[in-house]
Write a protein that binds this ligand. Structure first.
Ligand code: FPP
Ligand code: MG
Length: 215
């Protein structure tokens, strides 16, 4: 059996039609007055990527009123956090490549890569504060903390051959499922969904995040 592409699987043209707006906004929000910082910060943005987190934000927004710029800004905020964390992750892993491109740490150096990651995180917070409101800013801040906790817990398991599946689940919950859940939650909040809908789509996305990381 052929696996359907994600576009076939998510058969919602109204969602796919808006993905270009996300690309434009990503470039706008990640720009700096410093041309070098813009170049480094956009290195991984322009290298491609699945845009899975923005897709989840836009999908969740369909459960409310998806019109206007707020769902796009929610999608952009979560993608900036994701990409920012990849700059840092590639420094930690001493990675040479990312998304078929040279990683920023390999192309420039660790200092430059860390600063670019910091910049994207800062821009995500700025965007959320300006466009999405206090609940979304708080949610994003709690999600950065969960990413760092997941990554830090993973470090402590290095070379520990005795840990079980519970520890593994704690790592993937923190470093992957937390941001995937936040992607849907932020999209639903941006679209003015009712609290019940926001909670239901968050719970669904949490399960998706766990399965995504295992897969
Ligand atoms: C990829 O993991 C990395 C992540 C899913 C998150 C990394 C989180 C941090 C570096 C914490 C710092 C975050 C902030 C918000 C400052 P992987 O190495 O297992 O996968 P890969 O093959 O894609 O590198
Ligand atoms: Mg890595």
């Amino acid at each position: 059996m052929d696996t359907p592409s994600i576009r076939e699987f998510v058969d919602l043209p109204e969602v796919w039609d808006r993905m270009g707006e996300i690309e434009d906004r990503l470039l706008e929000v990640s720009s700096s007055e410093d041309a070098f910082l813009t170049e480094v910060a956009q290195h991984l943005i322009t290298a491609g990527g699945k845009r899975f987190r923005p897709l989840l934000a836009m999908l969740a927004a369909q459960l409310g009123d998806p019109s206007g710029s707020r769902p796009v800004d929610a999608a952009v905020a979560v993608e900036l956090i994701h990409i920012g964390s990849l700059y840092h992750d590639d420094v930690i892993d001493e990675a040479e490549t990312r998304r078929s491109a040279t990683s920023a740490n390999a192309n420039w150096d660790n200092t430059v890569a860390i600063l670019a990651g910091d910049f994207l995180m800062a821009r995500a917070s700025e965007l959320a504060a300006a466009e999405l409101g206090q609940e979304s800013v708080r949610l994003l801040a709690a999600t950065y903390a969960a990413l760092v906790e997941g990554q830090t817990f993973e470090l402590q398991l290095d070379f520990d051959l005795n840990h079980g599946s519970e520890a593994y689940e704690k790592v993937i919950a923190g470093k992957t499922a937390s941001l995937i859940r936040t992607s849907s939650r932020l999209g639903a909040l941006a679209a003015g969904c009712t609290p019940d809908v926001v909670d239901a789509v968050s719970e669904w996305a949490w399960e998706v995040g766990i399965v995504f990381q295992i897969a």
